[in-house]
Design a protein around this ligand. Structure first.
Ligand code: ZN
Length: 162
């Protein structure tokens, strides 16, 4: 069991519990049958890896899944991100990436309004810049996947290094 950054507002136990639940029981951790694009992200600072698979139909995320290994924050963030993406358009997905990055880098910015509710538990990660990279890895991987898909990189596999 690894230790997680502390949260100063008394929600620490709840936050830890939700993060560990996503880590132990990740949502959408699998491979999808017909991915439009597959991108792997790697965070060398912590050793986190996520492979993100998207099936895009008519500009929307029809299916999304990930596989990976790494710290609880990296895998929980991936689990929560996939829950945020179902049926979103690629534009909405990109807006989520922007909103999540702002949430992680600015103390005053709340979690993305149209994302999965559990994302709020990553609030406690903000104060630890090294761990922020664990949380943002899968989101940066998503941005790269959208870019690759738009460039016609159907089914391509690349590795993004943070
Ligand atoms: Zn990590």
């Amino acid at each position: 069991m690894e230790s997680l950054p502390s949260v100063p507002n008394g929600l620490e136990d709840l936050y830890r519990e939700v993060i560990m639940d996503h880590y132990r029981n990740p949502r959408n951790r699998r491979a999808i049958p017909k991915p439009s694009v597959v991108v792997e992200g790697y965070n060398p600072l912590c050793g986190d890896r996520v492979e993100l698979q998207l099936e895009v139909v008519e500009g929307r995320v029809k299916e999304v899944a990930f596989r990976g290994q790494g710290c609880a924050i990296s895998q929980a963030s991936a689990s929560m991100m996939t829950e945020s993406l179902i049926n979103k358009s690629l534009e909405e997905a990109e807006e989520l990436v922007r909103a999540f990055r702002a949430f992680m880098t600015d103390q005053d910015v709340p979690p993305p309004a149209n994302g999965y509710a559990d994302l709020e538990v990553l609030e406690g990660v903000k104060k630890f810049p090294v761990r922020v990279k664990c949380a943002t890895l899968v989101w940066n991987t998503l941005q790269e996947a959208i870019k690759t898909y738009r460039a016609g990189g159907k089914g391509s596999q690349i590795t993004l290094k943070e």
